[in-house]
Write a protein that binds this ligand. Structure first.
Ligand code: SAM
Length: 313
């Protein structure tokens, strides 16, 4: 830390800032939370990323449901939050869900947090939210950090349309099958990946998706944060040669190019033939056009040629 003189303007600014934070939190801290389920995002590494609203909700919630209570206790203690913590994870979720919903019905506020980032994003909570909504209970998101968005926005890849696909299957066969399903999505793809599988997943990504641009984000918001960019096969070789990887990773892959995205006539005709076994001509044209993301008129023309017995051009 550089030494600062007593009249250093930055000291004045930081005092003012802290005062203002106290004022903002103070106001809301005095109001009790309405009964409901609060989905509170927490930092993905850098504790400075917690929001003022997250702290104010965590400080006031009657119960804080956390994936790993020991892990979350450390985060909460850091900010002086001492609320009742209860575990909510995949092994106790069915039972805990009923208990938490009953507590909300009885007037409690429940904050759901995960080990890091936004709850429900590759973390528990989806069924809890669904059942709370179905029961007419208040559900409110306190948005904040998520590794998926931090990686996407810093990847240098298109952000207008993206598909968050969570974790790929751990084994190569099912992983490649999943990638075949995602291959023609006209979207930037975002995957979480364990450090032990980054290199093998990149190899499968390169094999199935071909030469697309991609980025591997590592340890976002932390001391060893980094971003490696390149074509998928370049990244696959780079990470295969790297020493044992440590830390947390997100892989971001560019959408297919216009050429890759448009299906060939042969593919359209094959799909159309299959669809005509189950559907009328009109419905088959519509569903094939939607599934392959191609113009209906093109499928229609190829369909007419089929009807006339012409070969696909
Ligand atoms: N709910 C969390 C979120 O919103 O970011 C994600 C939870 S998921 C169980 C954990 C995965 O998120 C990790 O395996 C990694 O792929 C990614 N991740 C979490 N923190 C990260 C970070 N600081 N840098 C890079 N990836 C991270």
């Amino acid at each position: 830390m550089p030494n600062r003189e007593p009249n250093d303007p930055s000291i004045h600014t930081s005092h003012q800032l802290l005062e203002r934070v106290r004022e903002v939190l103070g106001e809301s801290l005095e109001r009790p939370l309405a009964p409901g389920l609060y989905l509170v995002a927490t930092p993905i590494g850098n504790l400075g990323d917690v929001s003022l609203r997250a702290l104010s909700v965590l400080a006031r919630a009657n119960i804080i449901a956390a994936e790993d209570t020991r892990h979350s206790r450390k985060l909460l203690s850091h900010f002086g939050v001492t609320g009742e913590l209860t575990p909510y994870h995949e092994h106790n979720a069915a039972r805990e869900r009923l208990r938490l919903l009953a507590r909300i019905r009885a007037g409690s506020s429940v904050a759901l947090i995960s080990d890091a980032g936004t709850p429900l994003i590759s973390d528990p909570g989806y069924k809890l939210v669904r059942e709370a909504l179905d029961a007419g209970l208040l559900v409110s998101a306190i948005p904040g950090p998520s590794a998926a968005l931090a990686a996407l926005t810093s990847s240098g890849l298109p952000t207008d349309t993206f598909l968050f696909a969570g974790f790929l299957p751990p084994k190569s066969g099912p992983r490649r099958t999943r990638l075949e399903e995602l291959k023609s999505s006209p979207a930037t793809l975002v995957f979480f990946e364990a450090s032990s599988r980054v290199a093998r997943s990149l190899t499968d990504l390169a094999a199935v998706l071909g030469p697309r641009e991609a980025a591997v984000a590592k340890e976002l918001t932390k001391l060893h944060e980094g971003l490696t960019r390149g074509l998928l096969d370049e990244l696959a070789s780079h990470f295969a040669e790297a020493d044992e990887l440590k830390g947390e990773f997100v892989i971001v892959v560019a959408p297919p190019s216009a050429e890759d995205a448009s299906a060939t006539d042969d593919v359209i005709v094959a799909n159309l033939k299959a669809a005509l076994q189950k559907e009328s001509f009109r419905d088959a044209v519509r569903s094939v056009a939607e599934n392959l993301n191609v113009k209906r008129s093109r499928v229609y023309e190829l369909g007419l040629a089929l009807d006339r017995g012409d070969e696909a051009p």
